[in-house]
Design a binder for this molecule. Structure first.
Ligand SMILES: Nc1ncnc2c1ncn2[C@@H]1O[C@H](COP(=O)(O)OP(=O)(O)OP(=O)(O)O)[C@@H](O)[C@H]1O
Ligand SMILES: [Mg+2]
Length: 622
């Protein structure tokens, strides 16, 4: 049972890299193990059970030998008459057999508690580590995320932590048990017969070594087969995801051939693996029995010359299977430990990162410093920490007074969304400053800024959950009525009610897919609920049809009332009314003014872009 779990744990973690086990890495792991501290009582109780049950397992071969010994002795002394049997039976044999049964029973109880306690400690400790790692993760600065892939971070929370959990619950226990059995076993073996032990130790390690290397090789092949299978599955995945493409290009037979080819390769590798596995199995069976035969052969000789008794030989054989099994399990246990150490190091790496100073327990509306809605950028220079060499903003200055609508326009990649990120302090500018109400944004806490600035982002992400929950994300304490009012003002109420489940409709990855315009209106409702002093609209680049554009536009007008708005626009028609338009190009403000002023500049970028869009619209209409 323990071995089966160990193996399954192994297979799943096979791809995880191993780490060296040395002083430093052990020190690191110890830091992670401090999470088990609150549960140490149970851990040590479990450990005690483990030591006890491992030690007591020696009673098994010893007492079994004793049993055989009694039988052998009886045989030597000739068959007994029934009443003599009665004399011997109840005393010796029964006592030994009963003791054996008792030992087995006690062992069973110890194992029960050991497993329960170890699992409890590991589960609770790991839950704490998981919680802290997740907490750490989501409070880390944006910069951290731009340098890592989501899949990789995700696997730290799942695969790495499971690896550690497995190590604590099974591998550690197994390791301790096997060490006790191995050292104790060798000691007993020597006590029983030094000569026989010598003979055993001459052949056993060779067998174990061959078995382990061979086993590794076979696992490598089966991993290759798995990889190939995964490869062929990507063919299926790709084609199913893009099924309309496959059909439109009538490429069904091509795809079938592609799949068939990779499936054939899986078979080829699997067959190769089967051949080696066959050799391996025969070899092990042959050698294992070979070792037993040679031990019994030499043992019988020793019995013959009167050096040991038959009982001792029997004990010896049983003990030697213990020792052999322990030897065989070490390499695998060590490898699992290595992986667990590697996993711990990666988890600790995250825990050691510096997070943003976010007040987690603070109530959402516990704003300490009010932002009234004046925003100013002063000579802001910025480059993304992950790509230092490219200056994204190069001395950007502009301001938005309370209640004003300021539009930012410019070609793709000019740095518009970057400005939005800087306002929310996802990143810090390299030089220059950002001011709210004339005070440096550094004097506001991150929590205060993000509570009073809302963003309707370029690509709206809906979380898996109901539409209601997604709107309430703007203010978690909002009542049902407030949510509906926000949805109405955002022009979303109607389409929400057109779904059979209304506000309870599930969206996100597993729910219904909302159109771009619908998603935006949900985001607008979210922002309305938040009721921020400063609003950032990052217009979606994908164009909406004119009806849904009108609905979104109306919703936006509603949202912009009574607050400062920074509108990042792609459709210039939407910003004619803006108080000020800032034209950004290659990280620099190249023009600013209202629509009329900017149109006067014959060679200006704004006039050029406006005309370009006008022409495009005309050709589209034609
Ligand atoms: N997280 C990031 N890490 C590194 N570079 C980035 C990151 N985000 C954006 N950039 C780069 O910064 C520059 C400005 O990007 P930004 O998203 O601000 O452009 P934009 O003006 O919003 O463009 P669009 O109109 O297409 O939305 C681009 O060159 C982009 O490649
Ligand atoms: Mg953008």
């Amino acid at each position: 049972m323990a071995r089966a779990r160990l193996n399954s744990g192994n297979a799943q973690a096979e791809e995880l890299p191993k780490a060296k086990i040395n002083k430093d890495s052990i020190k690191q792991v110890m830091r992670l193990l401090s999470y088990l501290k609150p549960y140490r009582k149970k851990f040590f109780l479990g450990l005690l059970c483990l030591i006890f049950s491992s030690t007591s397992s020696f009673l098994f071969p010893l007492l079994m030998g004793r049993l055989i010994g009694i039988g052998a002795q009886a045989e030597q002394e000739g068959r007994m008459v029934p009443n003599e049997i009665l004399d011997i039976f109840p005393t010796e044999i029964n006592t030994v057999a009963l003791t054996l049964l008792c030992v087995l029973f006690i062992q069973a109880i110890f194992s029960y508690f050991r497993i329960n306690w170890f699992v409890e400690v590991a589960e609770k400790g790991l839950a704490d580590i998981r919680r802290d790692t997740y907490h750490k993760l989501i409070t880390l600065p944006m910069n951290f995320f731009s340098q890592r892939r989501v899949g990789e971070l995700n696997s730290r929370l799942s695969a790495d932590l499971s690896q550690i959990q497995d190590a604590i619950t099974t591998t550690l226990a197994e390791m301790i048990r096997q060490i006790i059995i191995f050292t104790g076993g060798i000691t007993f073996l020597i006590l029983v017969s030094g000569k026989l032990t010598f003979m055993l130790l001459a052949v056993l390690p060779i067998l174990v070594l061959v078995a382990v290397t061979f086993g590794k090789f076979i696992r490598k092949i089966s991993r290759q087969a798995q990889d190939k299978l995964a490869e062929s599955n990507t063919v299926v995945e790709e084609t199913l995801q893009g099924i309309s493409n496959v059909k439109a290009f009538v490429n069904e037979s091509y795809e079938v051939e592609r799949y068939n080819k990779s499936i054939r390769e899986v078979v080829k590798i699997a067959l190769r693996g089967a051949k080696f596995r066959g050799i391996f199995a025969s070899f092990i069976v042959f050698c294992l029995f070979g070792v037993i035969v040679s031990v019994v052969w030499y043992g019988s000789y020793l019995v013959q010359i009167g050096e040991i008794s038959i009982a001792s030989m029997f004990t010896f054989i049983l003990l030697s299977t213990f020792v052999g099994a322990a030897m065989g399990s070490f390499p695998e246990l060590y490898a699992t430990m290595q992986k667990a150490v590697g996993a711990s190091e990666r988890v600790l790496e995250i825990l050691a990162e510096e997070n943003e100073p976010i007040a987690m327990d603070e109530k959402k509306n516990g704003i300490k410093k009010i932002i009234r809605g004046n925003l100013e950028f002063k000579n802001v220079v910025f480059s993304y920490p992950s790509r230092k060499e490219i200056t994204v903003l190069n001395g950007v200055s502009f301001d938005a007074k309370m209640g004003e609508k300021v539009a930012i326009i410019g070609p793709s990649g000019a740095g518009k969304s970057t400005i939005a990120g800087l306002i929310l302090r996802f990143y810090e500018p390299e030089s220059g400053s950002i001011l709210f109400d004339g005070t440096s944004s550094n004097d506001f806490s991150l929590t205060d800024i993000r509570n009073q600035v809302a963003i309707v982002p370029q690509d709206v992400l809906l979380f898996g959950g109901t539409i209601r929950e997604n709107i309430a994300y703007g203010r978690l304490t909002a009542s049902e009525e407030e949510i509906q009012i926000a949805a109405k003002r955002a022009n979303a109420h109607e389409f929400i009610l057109s779904f059979p489940e209304g506000y309870d409709t599930l969206v996100g990855e597993r729910g219904v897919k909302l159109s771009g315009g619908q998603r935006q209106r949900i985001a607008i409702a979210r922002a309305l609920l938040k009721d921020p002093a400063l609003l950032i609209l990052d217009e979606a680049t994908s164009s909406l049809d004119s009806e849904s554009e009108r609905l979104v536009q109306e919703a936006l007008e509603e949202l912009m009332k009574n607050r400062t708005s920074v509108i990042i626009a792609h459709r210039l028609s939407t910003i004619r009314e803006a108080d000020r338009i800032i034209v950004l190009d290659k990280g620099k403000v190249v023009e600013s003014g209202n629509h009329i002023e900017l149109m006067k500049n014959e060679n200006g970028l704004y006039r050029y872009l406006s005309q370009l869009q006008l022409e495009n619209q005309e050709t589209e209409l034609n």
